[in-house]
Design a binder for this molecule. Structure first.
Ligand code: PEP
Ligand code: MN
Length: 362
């Protein structure tokens, strides 16, 4: 997808190559005072570009704080007047979008629970037609890149030019160190498929834990993300939603100052020579890996023919369990994580089963 306008006017865009575009503010707007005080402290840091606050909160379980709703729109208007910061809020349906536009909200975002529903996204897209609002589309809660891109395309087709994606991680049944598993590869792939689209990382919803914000933000910078959205509250401990992941404006400032901004390109000849040499080593190993995989598959195919002649099933559970166990143990000795070996060998095994099934059915 070419020619996507960047989220902010192009005259400012160069700035974000030196430092990230930063969106900060509370998970939820709770009171006018909380919103304004947070915004004023954030603005004083001079490190934030857009103020965020959720008005309509999509909560997983009923009975928790579901946001103040339209009542908070004038609060955001005041933030804009008093701090000069553009303001952003989440919309989940056409009514929210209509209200947000009426109050001059500069940016809206579509939340992860809305991004899963093409009807809802289309309804929002239709209601934005002809407006100049900026739109940020969060990844859907399930790791489905097409669905995420579909949402972006729907907004784009409505004639919106200021568009960005927000990577906030994905729901996971198993507990991990993070609240939402990042699956970085999906966002990297989005960047490859839509190279002109700014991608913003939301470390708050990825980690669910304020103590992990710095490391995830730094990782996002090292993956060349254009920006960060970080939930910030004057009194995180007493926040009505997402208390564990919010930081104070001061803590935000500290996180942002610690970020190391590395350049995606270099013109230093010495550096490029060494990098080129190392990359050719990687290419060589990749070739070897592919050759070995080809050879392995060929043996699997021979086994399949042999099994077919002897009327034996493809899957030999006991043998497979042994292979995985043995490989994980060996991998760990080599400094390779058990998750990686597990994923790698399951993929190899699946490919082998596919080849064998083909032979069985011939
Ligand atoms: C939020 O940004 O406060 C929010 C609800 O996000 P998500 O849709 O990523 O859960
Ligand atoms: Mn939140």
């Amino acid at each position: 997808m070419k020619n996507l306008a960047p989220i902010l006017p192009i005259e400012n865009w160069e700035n974000y190559k030196q430092r990230p575009l930063v969106i900060a503010g509370p998970c939820s707007a709770e009171t006018e005072k909380q919103v304004l005080q947070t915004a004023i402290e954030i603005a004083e840091s001079k490190k934030v570009d857009i103020f965020r606050a959720g008005l309509w909160k999509p909560r997983t379980r009923p009975g928790t704080f579901e946001g103040v709703g339209s009542v908070g729109l004038p609060w955001l208007k005041r933030v804009k007047e008093e701090t000069g910061l553009p303001v952003a809020t989440e919309v989940a349906n056409a009514k929210h979008a209509y209200e947000a536009l009426k109050y001059g909200i500069d940016y809206i975002w579509i939340g992860a629970r809305t991004a899963v529903n093409p009807f809802a996204v289309q309804e929002i897209a239709d209601s934005l037609e002809g407006s100049n609002v900026g739109v940020m589309i969060k990844n859907p809660i399930n790791p489905d890149l097409d669905l995420w891109m579909g949402g972006i395309e729907r907004i784009r087709k409505a004639g919106i030019s200021k568009i960005a994606a927000i990577h906030r991680g994905f729901s996971n049944y198993e507990k991990t160190q993070y609240r939402n598993i990042p699956h970085w590869q999906l966002a990297v792939e989005l960047k490859q498929l839509m190279p002109d689209l700014p991608v913003i990382c939301d470390p708050s919803h990825i980690t669910g834990d304020s103590s992990l914000l710095y490391e995830v933000s730094q990782k996002a910078m090292d993956l060349n993300y254009e920006g960060l959205m970080i939930e910030t509250h004057i009194d995180p401990e007493h926040a009505l939603s997402d208390a564990a992941q919010q930081v104070t404006p001061n803590e935000l400032k500290e996180i942002l100052s610690r970020l190391i901004m590395r350049s995606p390109v270099s013109s230093d000849k010495g550096f490029l020579d060494v990098l080129g040499e190392l990359r050719s080593q990687i290419d060589l190993f990749d070739d070897q890996l592919l050759n070995i995989l080809e050879q392995r598959m060929n043996v699997a195919k021979t086994i399949a023919k042999y099994k077919k002649e002897n009327n034996i099933t493809i899957l030999q559970t006991k043998r497979w369990t042994e292979i995985i166990k043995k490989s994980i143990a060996k991998g760990e000795q080599k400094g390779l994580s058990s998750e990686f070996i597990d994923t790698l060998f399951k993929a190899i095994h699946q490919e082998s089963i596919n080849h064998q099934t083909k032979i069985m059915n011939e």
